[in-house]
Design a protein around this ligand. Structure first.
Ligand SMILES: *[C@@H]1O[C@H](CO)[C@@H](O)[C@H](O)[C@H]1NC(C)=O
Length: 488
């Protein structure tokens, strides 16, 4: 009940009314959730906060100094457009023009040579960030970042499948498939090489990256077939990527990076993976770390607990109570604070899990997930509980309350104009670092949709969870072609 209020308030049109661009006053702005409008404000060419950005370009934040985020990141853009594409599928057809602008922008971007390389061998596809006019950023940076091509493939495949369902297959083949094919070939060729993690700090192997790559290859294979094409690299590499993904599990939690970095490994990397690879048709599968899986829930507990003692804003909040959470406990960037998008991700994983239990008609507690449940219901015990049981009712109510608690933490530290920066301080929860972070708004919109039971399409997780008996490093040969910018 609390959450409905909290999320409704945060999403209500008008909360950000001062930031609404004039052009929307006589359009559909009044029906747009504030978080959606805030995202659109940061997208070129019409976004009110990002003048100078090309059409379909997601600017990470309007902030141009301390920190300067006035760039477009392949990852942030793909995650943001995935949310917009899910909104389109849920019925907001007004978003289709900007989604098509995104596709066109990516067709151009793939051909831009950059410090990671170029398109001839695919290496340029993993360049993490570009100028907002689609030119290369040539200064030193943590590159390559190999999650970008995978996340972009996922966003574009989701839109492509929507168009196929509308019998617009030929436009998918001409405008979307060439871009997706490059990204899939990239993933199949390079997944077994190190790169920088999603926080752009750690060079090694990142759980988030590997999981995004597995998903892209799985849905890429089906997408190719639906178009009468093929993705041999998808089929040959996906099982090995999944095999490698298993090694990030340490028995209690996910070790987010394989790198010599002196960290515990507990990192929002893992929770973002769980919500990113949430499949509404999947069971509580440990192998793909579904939100309701025992592994993902055990990891959720240990990740959240790692912030209880270190942030003064969390003082006095015992295990089982929602708290402010950030990227990882050792973080020092811009003060090493809690982040809005990670706190929302902690809620979203639980909303996803609640959806999955409801679909399955039961909830299972195993020895692995028991500590997570015991924090919420002290009498919880291992077992399988059908949705008709009292235990199911009391436990799901407790999980819902816990999830709502994370949203309430975000609400408590959101200024009255509804704006979401990147971080809020560990000492008193006031906004910090980049203002109006696009990803923060995307995280809010996505958490709100999951809380309301609106879910994205399946990506086929339940047909792609067979782990080979022996893991092997491997690579498929990739070929790359310059995509053309299509007409719609
Ligand atoms: C490549 O895959 C093998 C087998 O899973 C794994 O042992 C190795 O760590 C991987 N290396 C990288 C950089 O992905």
């Amino acid at each position: 009940m609390l959450t409905l209020n909290v999320l409704t308030a945060l999403l209500a049109p008008g909360v950000l009314s001062s930031a609404l661009p004039a052009r929307d006053l006589n359009a559909r702005a009044d029906s747009k959730p504030a978080a959606l409008q805030a995202i659109l404000n940061n997208i070129g060419a019409d976004g009110s906060a990002v003048s100078g950005a090309s059409a379909g370009v997601v600017v990470a934040s309007p902030s141009k100094s301390d920190p300067d985020y006035f760039y477009t990141w392949t990852r942030d853009a793909a995650l943001t457009y995935k949310v917009l594409i899910d909104e389109l599928i849920a019925g907001d057809t007004s978003l289709e023009p900007t989604i098509q602008d995104y596709v066109s922008a990516q067709a151009k971007l793939q051909a831009v040579s950059n410090p990671s390389g170029d398109l001839s061998d695919g290496s340029g596809l993993a360049e993490p960030k570009y100028h907002v006019d689609l030119t290369a950023f040539t200064e030193a940076w943590g590159r390559p970042q190999r999650d970008g091509p995978a996340l972009r493939a996922t966003a574009l495949i989701t839109y492509g499948n929507y168009l196929i369902s509308k019998e617009r297959t030929s436009v998918v083949k001409s405008n979307i498939w060439p871009i997706v094919q490059n990204d899939l070939n990239y993933v199949a060729q390079y997944w077994n090489q190190t790169g920088f993690d999603l926080w752009e700090e750690v060079e090694g192997s990142s759980f988030f990256t590997i999981a995004a790559q597995h998903r892209a290859l799985v849905e890429g294979s089906a997408f190719a077939k639906a178009l009468g094409e093929s993705c041999e690299g998808c089929d040959s590499q996906a099982p090995q990527v999944l095999c490698f993904q298993q090694s990030f599990w340490d028995g209690k939690a996910i070790v987010s990076n394989f790198a010599n970095n002196g960290r515990t490994g507990l990192d929002a990397n893992s929770v973002l993976t769980s919500i990113g690879n949430f499949d509404p048709k999947a069971p509580c599968d440990d192998v793909t770390f579904q939100p309701c899986s025992a592994r993902a829930l055990s990891n959720h507990k240990l990740y959240v607990d790692s912030f209880r003692k270190i942030y003064p804003v969390n003082s006095g909040k015992e295990a089982g109570t929602a708290v402010a959470v950030g990227r990882y406990s050792e973080d020092t960037y811009m003060g090493g604070n809690p982040w809005y998008l990670t706190t929302l991700a902690a809620a979203e994983q639980l909303y996803d899990a609640l959806y999955q239990w409801k679909q399955l008609g039961s909830l299972e507690i195993t020895e692995i997930s028991l500590p997570f449940f015991k924090d919420l219901v002290s009498s919880a015990a291992a077992g399988k509980y059908p949705s008709s049981s009292e235990t199911y009712t009391s436990i799901t109510a407790a999980v819902k309350k816990y999830a709502d608690g994370f949203v309430a933490v975000v609400k408590e530290h959101t200024p009255s104009d509804g704006s979401l920066a990147e971080q809020y301080t560990r000492d008193n929860g006031s906004p910090a670092s980049a203002k109006d972070l696009t990803w923060s708004y995307a995280a809010l919109l996505s958490a709100a949709r999951r809380e309301a039971g609106t879910v994205p399409p399946t990506w086929g997780a339940s047909t792609a969870n067979k782990v080979p008996s022996k893991c092997e490093g491997s690579s498929a040969k990739g070929s790359y072609t310059t995509p053309s910018v299509g007409k719609w």
